[in-house]
Design a protein around this ligand. Structure first.
Ligand code: AMP
Ligand code: MG
Length: 267
C-alpha cells in the first residue's frame, strides 16, 4: 500500500495520479471483491478486539470532491462492524455557533475515545479546501491552518490515536458520469444538488487546494493515502487493506480475565 501513501514533504501533482489505476488487481473486479470480503471479515474481528481491549483510538478521515464516493466507502468497508464501537461524524456547513469558534472546536469533540473507530465524512480539512476555494476567510487566516492541523493531529497521536487519512481521487470525467446518474436515476435524485455544478466549475481550484493539503499535512504520524477511486471495487479493496494492516500493527490483545476465577463453576 506504500505506493498510495504520501511521504512527508512529497510534491503532489494530481494529474500524475491515475484515478483509473487498478495495478494490484489486473485480473479485475471479481477477484478484488472476493479479497475485500475476506479483508472485511478480518476488519470485523480487529474492531471487536479494539473495542474489547479499550486502549487504542482510531480516526479515519475521508475527503473527496462531490460524488467521490465517501458514503459508498463507509457502506462497503464498515458493513459488518459492530455499530457500538464505530461512529461516523459528518461535517456540513458550520452552524452559527460553530462559526463563532475556531475551526477545530467542532472537530475535537468527535475524535475517537478508547476502543473506538471514528470515521470523519469530511473534516477539518474543509477549512483549507472549500473555505479557501470560496474565500470564506482571509488567506492570512487559512494559510496558518496547515500548521494548526499538523499540531492538532500530533497531539491526538501523542495521546494514543492512530490517524489514517484517505483522499478519494476521481477524474473529472468520472464525476460527470456520477452527477449525470444522480440526475437520471429517481432514487439518486436526492443526492443531486445544483451546488454540485457550481463546485464542479471550480474543479481546478479544488485540485490545487487538495495538492496543498496532501503536500503540507501528510506526516509520518498522520499520513494521507491517495486512493484511485474511479472503480468502487478497487477503492474498497485498497481501503479495507490499509485499515486491516494498520489495525494489525497495533498488536492488540484481549484483556485478561479478572483474578480469582480459577475455581468458579457456572451452574
Ligand atoms: P455533503 O457532504 O454533500 O452533505 O455536503 C456538505 C457540504 O458542507 C459541502 O458542500 C461542504 O463543502 C460543506 N462544508 C463542510 N465543512 C465546511 C466548512 N468548514 N465550511 C464551509 N462549508 C463546509
Ligand atoms: Mg453533496
Amino acid at each position: 500500500m506504500d505506493k498510495y501513501r504520501v511521504k512527508q514533504g512529497q510534491t503532489i501533482n494530481l494529474e500524475d495520479w491515475d484515478a483509473n489505476e487498478i495495478s494490484l488487481f489486473p485480473e479485475g473486479k471479481k477477484a478484488a471483491k472476493d479479497k475485500t470480503k475476506k479483508l472485511n471479515k478480518k476488519l470485523e474481528a480487529l474492531q471487536e478486539l479494539l473495542y474489547a481491549e479499550h486502549k487504542q483510538k482510531v480516526l479515519v478521515v475521508l475527503q473527496a470532491l462531490d460524488t467521490g464516493g465517501k458514503d459508498g466507502t463507509i457502506r462497503a468497508v464498515f458493513e459488518g462492524v459492530n455499530p457500538a464501537g464505530v461512529k461516523v461524524a459528518s461535517f456540513k456547513v458550520p452552524t452559527a455557533i460553530e462559526s463563532d469558534h475556531d475551526f477545530l472546536w467542532r472537530i475535537h469533540q468527535h475524535t475517537p475515545g478508547k476502543g473506538e473507530i471514528v470515521i470523519f465524512n469530511r473534516s477539518h480539512y474543509e477549512d483549507v479546501l472549500v473555505v479557501r476555494v470560496h474565500n470564506l476567510v482571509d488567506k492570512d487566516i487559512w494559510k496558518k491552518r496547515y500548521d494548526h492541523i499538523n499540531n492538532f493531529e500530533k497531539m491526538l497521536t501523542d495521546e494514543g490515536a492512530t490517524i489514517i487519512k484517505i483522499f478519494l481521487h476521481i477524474s473529472k470525467d468520472e464525476q460527470k458520469e456520477r452527477l449525470q446518474e444522480r440526475w437520471d436515476v429517481p432514487e439518486k435524485n436526492w443526492k443531486f444538488s445544483s451546488g454540485d455544478l457550481k463546485e464542479r466549475a471550480l474543479w481546478d481550484e479544488y485540485q490545487k487546494a487538495y495538492e496543498d493539503v496532501l503536500e503540507k499535512t501528510s506526516t509520518d504520524y498522520a499520513p494521507w493515502y491517495i486512493i484511485p477511486a474511479n472503480r468502487n471495487w478497487y477503492r474498497n479493496y485498497l481501503i479495507s487493506s490499509i485499515l486491516v494492516k494498520k489495525l494489525e500493527s497495533l498488536n492488540m490483545e484481549y484483556p485478561l480475565p479478572e483474578d480469582g476465577l480459577d475455581n468458579i463453576e457456572i451452574e
